[in-house]
Design a protein around this ligand. Sequence first.
Ligand SMILES: *Cc1c(COP(=O)(O)O)cnc(C)c1O
Length: 408
Amino acid sequence: MKNDAAPLDVTHLIHHPYTPPADFEAPQPGVFKASTVYFPSVAAMRQREWKDKSAYTYGLHGTPTSYLLEERLCALEGGLQCVLVPSGLSALSTVALATLQTGDEVLLPDNAYGPNKALAEGELKAFGITHQFYDPLNPADLAARITPRTRLVWLEAPGSVSMEFPDLLALLRICREKRVLCALDNTWGAGLAFKPFDLLGDGQWGVDISAHALTKYPSGGGDVLMGSIITRDPALHLKIKLCHMRLGLGVGANDVEAVLRSLPSIGIRYQAQDHSARALAQWWSEQPQCAQVLHPAWPGSPGHAHWQALCAPQGSIGCAAGLFSVMIAERYSQTQVDAFCDRLKLFKIGYSWGGPVSLVVPYNIRAMRQAWPAHLAPGTLVRFSMGLEAVADLQSDLSQALAATLMD
Ligand SMILES: *Cc1c(COP(=O)(O)O)cnc(C)c1O
């Protein structure tokens, strides 16, 4: 397996072209804010086309600032067109609304981001769009569920709570064979761990759509909610862009500016959090309270070989987001596990990831899955997301909380 592009080579992103205003040769992009854009004449107003970025027409249709972020996100993920939306979740919902209609079916992995499942069970169902959940670790299960009504398949690598890493290439091949649109929630990979539009490095195997919660790594500050939808096919992009326009979705220029400012450091932030997560996953594996470490780079974690093939070519140490889960052994009650989380000082209790502060969330897997997955040890799952604190301090924090709450 080949993956030529060095995963964390973001030089092209940092040197991405930008034309400053005349006589102001600074690389930091300007921040433009507008609803109205003037036209010199009615004739010019009638002629300007907003769909292809050949001109500016209205703030909601794009500004020099939003166009620049769209282009840089394309550079990051290897796509050709991008649409910005107000959150990661709205990237998922906009893809669904743009591509599905009554009578269609959408397939999601059973370990998908929870609110994407909720969208299928809520609005999509009400619109007469059915759904099924497939086993992400069994490509044959996906193949068996595809029918002539299937119009969209979601992929997620790995599932963001239980962390199973699927055989993305096998799932993608099935979608191609059956001619079904294939959309990836690429928040974990972020364009760094693997190339969503070129999985093998030969330009042949890529997803149709990459949806990304920019809220996580591209923002990196824990202070922005935004999402992107990236494609390579102009017709598919137009379909999404028209839906996006009709829904009236827009993003604020200050938020776009915040993401533009954070993007140049995405490589080092991703790598730093990756190192911390692996160090703490190793530490957890040595604790008697831990029944299972769930981290794609951890040998024995579900789908580890698939992660290795895609994200760690030729035996390199590879690349992974700073996120992992631990299954606390069954002998501890939910109340004890909750007390452990409450006892942590540096790890704050809260959702999201990719920001400067480490976070912890206990999850109830039984309520999230169709059935208890055979590859998960029995117990209570706790997910950790790495901030940018010193890993020794994070480890001491885990030790003190463990000693205080989960002793045998
Ligand atoms: C956070 C997240 C989202 C949603 O992003 P928001 O900006 O919080 O709406 C979608 N998918 C995954 C995998 C995420 O982690």
